[in-house]
Ligand binder design. Structure first.
Ligand SMILES: [Zn+2]
Length: 193
């Protein structure tokens, strides 16, 4: 099959989900309970990703790596179902490394990965439906019920998803904050990976 050159047009393909309905069964009910509790407490939540098709994970992973100079466009393995050509050529048909990298940079930017400090994994909790990326914010003091229905008062900083007291509440619901610190701020999953 004819391959299509890498570039921004790939980003709208193999769309990821931003709804909790696409999550795995157990994680879905855990996340929904945590979100309900957050909303009852007055927190604002914006979900940016839940289930990610493996094809999208492949495109994100390699465009990020090429864009950062951590992979050579002509050495990227193929993936069935994704007929992308990472190698751009010059008019004379020879390998154009800079053009290839530029196309990957445009893809990485269109995926919103400018500030990402680790490559999105090829196989991850997202491709399994076991992870959610979300922005959580509140004003003042957040009073939120844990899974047992007990009020937890959070008056510490920051007033967002990086708050460690909030991580403990999430854990009671089986929604675990990413273990890797600030490398992936919006990421929560079944096990923190
Ligand atoms: Zn994530």
């Amino acid at each position: 099959m004819m391959k299509e050159l890498s570039g921004k047009k790939w980003v709208s393909r193999f769309q990821g989900s931003t709804i909790t309905d696409t999550l795995s069964l157990t994680f879905k009910s855990n996340v929904n309970a945590f979100l309900a509790s957050l909303r009852n407490g007055g927190a604002a939540i914006t979900i940016s990703a839940t289930l990610r098709p493996p094809e999208r994970a492949y495109l994100m992973h390699w465009s990020w790596k090429i864009a950062r100079g951590l992979a050579e466009p002509n050495a990227v393995p193929g993936k069935s179902g994704v007929n992308i050509e990472w190698v751009h050529t010059k008019i004379d048909g020879s390998y154009d490394r800079e053009k290839s990298r530029q196309a990957a940079r445009e893809m990485a930017a269109a995926y919103g990965m400018q500030n990402l400090r680790v490559a999105p994994a090829l196989n991850s909790r997202h491709t399994q439906g076991n992870a959610i990326d979300m922005d959580i914010r509140w004003a003042g003091t957040l009073t939120i019920k844990n899974k047992a229905g007990e009020d937890v008062v959070i008056d510490s900083l920051p007033r967002d998803g990086m708050n460690t007291a909030l991580h403990k509440v999430g854990k009671t619901f089986g929604v675990i904050k990413y273990h890797g610190g600030t490398n992936d701020k919006p990421h929560w999953s079944t096990d923190g990976r």
